[in-house]
Ligand binder design. Structure first.
Ligand SMILES: Cc1ncc(C[n+]2csc(CCOP(=O)(O)OP(=O)(O)O)c2C)c(N)n1
Ligand SMILES: [Mg+2]
Length: 312
């Protein structure tokens, strides 16, 4: 990883963390619609995988992959307008959280249906292969989501067809309140169905970037899909309304010591590439101003309620 990439990756991780912190404040003020689904502790997994892609590759993220969307150019204003349900948001107040996409930036919109994006991303990868384009599709799946039929169908199809698809497994300790050993045997990597599989420390941004780069190269070489299992931890409950009382505090303390941000900052320091000292303060100020801008945005007009739907 070169210096410019490393610093962009660090900024994306920090932006993700700070944007979610700002969202939590808005949530506590009763201003967001619905809950906040944080990726605290998982920023390296989301950001470093997307950072390894080329500009023409396509991503299909999930709820904890806000960082991947930032890497691909989604903005905090778009995010805040979504969470605040405003008319000028990407979905015009019809959906919330990070459920928005951008064809121009190669972002397929996240959806709630776990696993459903795997066959979709496999289809995107199939189209690249059919058109002879050197592009890959990347999507993410949680430990819980990897128990869906769609995960198996989509990944199996990609393996059999040797498609340029990267599936990032987010092994983060929980699906709601269910730990992986209550729903699967052998861990996520055992679910690879013949795909090239790498298991990586998901809190080590440099390691995740290296593994994703290797996975992408294999895809471009026509060697079929990759399953990149990132071992990480969901440091908050499923969403802000979940106080995670079922999580052993010792486990949280162990993972807090492996926080991906200070770890990557230490790595940057060892390369002699320390980020600008005022970066955090600058991003915080920008996010505060952006939140105020989003709060001033108009609500959807109730008269448009029936627009953009199949049937009223
Ligand atoms: C097909 C499907 N089944 C169930 C749900 C309800 N649901 C939403 S999130 C979630 C847990 C997801 O856990 P995991 O895939 O591990 O992702 P994480 O929340 O840990 O990022 C469940 C069961 C859903 N959205 N879609
Ligand atoms: Mg999980």
């Amino acid at each position: 990883m070169d210096q410019e990439t490393a610093l962009r990756l660090h900024e994306a991780m920090l932006l993700t963390r700070l944007a979610e912190e700002r969202l939590v404040k808005l949530f506590r003020q009763g201003r967001t619609l619905g809950s906040i689904y944080r990726s605290l502790g998982q920023e390296a997994t989301a950001c470093a995988t997307a950072m390894a892609l080329g500009p023409d590759d396509v991503i299909a993220p999930m709820i904890r992959d806000l960082g991947a969307m930032f890497v691909r150019g989604a903005t905090p204003l778009e995010l805040f307008l979504q969470y605040l349900g405003r008319a000028t948001g990407s979905t015009g107040g019809r959906d919330h959280n990070n459920h928005f996409g951008s064809v121009a930036r190669g972002i397929l919109a996240p959806t709630s249906m776990l696993g459903a994006l795997i066959p979709v991303a496999a289809g995107v990868a199939l189209s690249f292969r059919q058109k002879g384009e050197r592009r890959v599709a990347m999507t993410w799946i949680g430990d819980g989501g990897s128990s869906t039929g769609a995960f198996y169908e989509g990944l199996n199809f990609a393996v059999v067809q040797k498609l340029p698809l990267i599936v990032v497994g987010e092994s983060n300790g929980y699906a709601f309140s269910t730990p992986p050993d209550r729903q699967m045997a052998g861990g996520m990597a055992a679910r690879s169905q013949g795909a090239f599989t790498l298991t990586v420390d998901g809190n080590d941004a440099a390691a995740v970037y290296g593994a994703a780069t290797e996975a992408r190269q294999r895809c471009l070489d026509g060697r079929g899909p990759a399953f990149l299992v990132c071992e990480t931890f969901r440091m908050k409950g499923h969403a802000e309304h979940d106080d995670q009382r079922y999580v052993d505090p010792q486990l949280l303390a162990q993972w807090a010591a492996k926080d991906p941000l200070p770890r990557f900052e230490a790595w940057l320091g060892r390369q002699g590439w320390a980020p600008a000292p005022d970066l955090r303060a600058r991003l915080e100020a920008q996010l505060l101003a952006t939140a105020e801008e989003a709060l001033a945005a108009p609500w959807p007009d109730p008269a448009t309620l029936n627009e953009g739907i199949f049937s009223a």
